[in-house]
Design a protein around this ligand. Sequence first.
Ligand SMILES: Nc1ncnc2c1ncn2[C@@H]1O[C@H](COP(=O)(O)OP(=O)(O)O)[C@@H](O)[C@H]1O
Ligand SMILES: [Mg+2]
Length: 151
Amino acid sequence: MTKLFLPNTEATQQLGINLGETLAAGTVILLEGDLGAGKTTLVQGIGKGLGITDSIVSPTFTLINEYTEGRIPLYHLDLYRLEPQEVTGLNLESYWEGIEVELGIVAIEWAERMPYLPESYVKIALTDGENGTRQVEIIPFNCQLNFLHKL
Ligand SMILES: Nc1ncnc2c1ncn2[C@@H]1O[C@H](COP(=O)(O)OP(=O)(O)O)[C@@H](O)[C@H]1O
Ligand SMILES: [Mg+2]
C-alpha cells in the first residue's frame, strides 16, 4: 500500500497524469471516497496523462463516458446512483476483459457499489486531510504499478 499526501487539486491531477502515462490496457481503478473527495479530479488527470484533450466530466448521470483519443481508451464510470443489484446487469466485466470493446483503463467512481470485483485492480481511496487537503491510499491487487517507486 502507498499513502500519499495531496496538498491541492494540482497534486491530485498530477497523480492521475502519472497513472495515465504508465498504466497498462486492462487496468481497473476502483475509486473510493466521499462526494467532493477528488475522484473525478483524479480521472481528469488520468485523461491528461493518456493524451485526451476532450474535457472529462463526471458521469454521474450518464453512468459511463468513453474517451478513445488517447494512448489507450479510458472508460470512466460512476455508480453513485445505482444499487449493487443494478450494477450486476451492466456486464461491467466486458470492459476489463475487452469483450466487444478495446482494452483500456477502466476508472470506476463509487466502486463500493460493485457487487463483484475483477481479478486484478488498483484501489484508490481518497480522504480529507487537514485544512482542505486530501490523502490517498493506493492499493494494487494482483497487479504492479511501476511509477510508484519514483514518487
Ligand atoms: N488534493 C486536493 N486538495 C484540495 N482540493 C482538492 C484536491 N483534489 C481535488 N480537490 C478539489 O476538490 C473537489 C473535488 O471534486 P471532484 O473531483 O468532483 O470529487 P468527487 O468526484 O470525488 O466527488 C474539486 O473542487 C477539486 O478542485
Ligand atoms: Mg465524481
